[in-house]
Design a protein around this ligand. Structure first.
Ligand SMILES: Cc1ncc(COP(=O)(O)O)c(C=O)c1O
Length: 379
């Protein structure tokens, strides 16, 4: 986190709390690091992690590509290219957007068809739907690959069995569609890098068999899963790169186009939440703090993303074990039952770092509390 504690306090004073501060210098740094370590890989930022238009704009200016999973997400990217002449818009969509949700309602396909995008599929029913409602789309087959040890598992919901893959490729071509690529996702916050190695090997074998059956595939989409540095134990991207770059060189032809869909890696470390203590009680032998944010709001990743965020105080003092709850009238709204904070008072501020991914993206209005205000700095 680069934003200083003084900056955070000043911003909270100016804008009030609950507040989320998103540092665009950090987004640019993460994007640059990704490109440095995986130089062969085209970066499609996954809007799912944080779809703030300001973030999309920053990454657009940096030259990033985008992974969208709904029509509204597609339109958020499209807003950046509206001003371009039609041919340039079309080239951008074809070269730099993938619609990576394997299941799409027919209305979405109908709306997307005019843009001729790349869309993913993982079963025959979806393929038939694409043929009927978005016949101009290029298709990418999503494989099911091991998600062992990843914090967020995706393989139970998405991806075809590797054994069916070549048949699904042939079926698509037989229908008159063009399979442009293969894709996979090793699970989010993946620290078991073997998942990537296995997925690359599976993909290479499927591409080889596809070629033998007459269909050459030119794109490999290695998905998301690149771990964010939530704590010093998370293995760095450089270690993952050391493992997968040689595999990519060994397994695939030099002209293969590799793309990735990092979400968390790009935005997690770019945001800090600042909250205010609005209540203080003593329960079961420890102090309980109630703050003006919570798991229905910026801390929603505790539920949806299996993420534990730590709170820090601006005030100095010896740390004591305490509980921290959110503001809603619901016991599920528990941020931590064992946090370490100094003795704090109502109106004191606390903050939580590395909260840019799957956080305010899934905040609700539960109990009438609006999501935290979001401030963008260093745009
Ligand atoms: C299809 C797809 N691509 C990319 C991502 C982004 O993954 P991550 O945030 O782990 O990089 C996700 C999120 O789970 C996803 O479902």
């Amino acid at each position: 986190m680069q934003t200083t504690r003084n900056d955070l306090q000043a911003l909270a004073k100016e804008h009030g709390t609950p507040l989320v501060v998103i540092d665009h210098d950090e987004i640019r740094r993460n994007y640059a690091q990704f490109k440095k370590h995986l130089p062969k890989v085209q970066v499609y930022y996954a809007l799912k992690a944080n779809p703030a238009p300001e973030i999309i704009r920053t990454l657009y200016r940096e030259g990033a590509s985008f992974d969208v999973a709904s029509l509204p997400e597609f339109m958020l990217v499209y807003d950046n290219i509206r001003h371009l002449p039609p041919k340039e818009q079309q080239d951008f969509i074809w070269d730099k957007i993938i619609y990576a949700n394997p299941t799409k309602p027919k209305e979405t396909l109908q709306a997307l068809n005019q843009y001729k995008p790349l869309v993913t599929y993982d079963n025959l029913a979806e393929l038939k739907k694409i043929k009927q409602f978005a016949p101009q789309a290029g298709v990418v087959l999503r494989l099911r690959v091991p998600n062992t040890g990843s914090v967020v598992e995706l393989s139970s919901k998405f991806g075809c069995d590797p054994g069916e893959a070549v048949d699904l490729i042939v079926e698509a071509f037989d229908m008159g569609l063009v399979v442009e690529g293969l894709s996979f996702h090793v699970g989010s916050q993946c620290t078991n890098f073997e998942n990537f190695v296995q997925a690359l090997n599976l993909s290479a074998a499927i591409m080889h068999e596809g070629k033998v059956r007459g269909h050459e595939i030119k794109i490999l989409d290695i998905g998301g899963g690149f771990p964010a540095a939530y704590d010093p134990h998370v293995k760095p991207l450089a270690a993952l790169a050391r493992k997968i770059n040689p595999e990519i060189n060994r397994l695939f032809a030099p002209d293969i186009q590799i793309l990735a869909e990092p979400g968390r890696y790009i935005v997690a470390t770019a945001a800090t939440a600042v909250s205010r203590i609005i209540g203080k009680a003593w329960r079961e032998g420890k102090t309980c703090y109630y703050i003006d944010d919570g798991v229905y709001h910026t801390f929603s990743g505790i539920i949806f993303d299996h993420c534990q965020y730590h709170l820090k105080a601006f005030k100095e003092g010896s740390p004591e074990i305490c509980a921290v709850f959110g503001q809603t009238c619901d016991a599920l709204d528990t941020i931590s039952l064992a946090e370490e904070l100094p003795d704090l008072e109502i109106e004191d501020l606390v903050y939580s770092e590395n909260i840019g991914a799957y956080s305010n993206a899934s905040a609700t209005w539960f109990n009438g509390f609006p999501p935290a205000k979001v401030i963008h700095i260093n745009q």
